[in-house]
Design a protein around this ligand. Structure first.
Ligand SMILES: C[S@@+](CC[C@H](N)C(=O)[O-])C[C@H]1O[C@@H](n2cnc3c(N)ncnc32)[C@H](O)[C@@H]1O
Length: 298
């Protein structure tokens, strides 16, 4: 169900918070389960979020690929004059994200080979190297295969925690042991004599995730460029949030994060500068019967 707080200006998207455009809508005063969908540049919003208010941030910004991203539904720009300009754009957003995270909170920053090395240094600087948690590799198949190099078939997701008291729900991200695993059959006895036995629910999944890309026939497909699979976000949310926690996606695109957050009973706040992205997300959440409050510029 769509809540409209105020005037709707001209289009189906628009407005709708009685607060000034850049103010973070008072999500805390709106009873869950309501999601906030904000149209506009994320920086002013991020800098005004209450400190420590967010449990998880999944950020999937333009990768610094130096080309526009085109889809059947929508397009967004990804051009920067230099890596330094890209890093300069990312830096204040990541700093604001750190401030908004709860002490138990985690950032997942989704990039690929083109800028992950810059972002790693940036995040070490902002979060501190000791708060680096993982570099998750999302491995996928599909798409073209060049012959001038090994085909590029993975993205990099940098995981940083706000601090040592971070949440990690290992029990939520277990998978079956490999069928050939001797450990799964009989465990392993250490030299000390201690017997290590397999966990009845399987092993905690490692940091390489093989998940297919959204293919043209997938029911998830929205047509928005660079849409990520729900299974990827499902793992992220299960690992680092509990039901009722607040999840923020400052580059929400087609709305994968809010869709998964809604399905898993998390509160969510999603931002995008593109009206097409906001409309795609709104329609996706409406199809899930989620309550959505639209805020931002008309
Ligand atoms: C890689 S896409 C996100 C895709 C998304 N994860 C999904 O599954 O559909 C990046 C998005 O960032 C948005 N974006 C770029 N700059 C922005 C900014 N300054 N503030 C808010 N959104 C921005 C683009 O409009 C684009 O939709």
């Amino acid at each position: 169900m769509l809540q409209t707080h105020g005037l709707v200006a001209g289009s189906a998207l628009a407005v709708l918070c009685s607060q000034p455009a850049f103010e973070p809508c008072a999500w805390a005063s709106i009873l869950p389960p309501v999601g906030i969908l904000h149209l506009g540049d994320n920086l002013p919003y991020l800098t005004r979020l209450p400190e420590g208010s967010v449990q998880l941030v999944y950020a999937d910004p333009p990768f610094g690929a130096n080309r526009d991203r085109l889809g059947d539904a929508g397009t967004f720009g990804d051009r920067w004059s230099s890596p330094a300009e890209y890093v300069g754009w990312l830096q204040p957003r990541l700093a604001a994200i750190r401030r908004a995270l709860a002490d138990s909170g985690t950032l997942y920053l989704h990039l690929d080979r083109r800028s992950v090395h810059h972002a790693r240094l940036l995040l070490d600087d902002i979060f501190g190297p000791r708060n680096f948690g993982n570099e998750v590799i999302w491995h996928y198949t599909g798409g073209g295969r060049g012959t001038r190099a090994f085909p590029h078939k993975h993205d990099n997701i940098l995981v940083y925690h706000k601090g040592p008291g971070y949440k990690f729900n290992a029990s939520e991200v277990r998978e079956p042991y490999a069928p050939t695993s001797g450990y799964a059959r009989s465990g392993i006895r250490a030299r000390s004599g201690k017997l290590y036995t397999p966990h009845p629910d399987g092993r905690v999944m490692d940091d390489v995730w093989s998940i297919p890309m959204i293919n043209p026939l997938s029911p998830e497909r929205t047509g928005y460029p660079t849409q990520k699979p729900e299974e990827l976000l499902r793992r992220v949310l299960l690992a680092s949030t509990d039901p009722g926690d607040l999840v923020l996606d400052p580059f929400c695109g087609s709305g994968t994060t809010p869709a998964v957050a809604h399905k898993l009973g998390r509160d969510w706040l999603a931002i995008d500068a593109s009206p097409v992205a906001i409309e795609t997300t709104r329609a996706r959440l409406e199809a899930l019967n989620a309550e959505v409050v639209l805020t931002g510029i008309a």
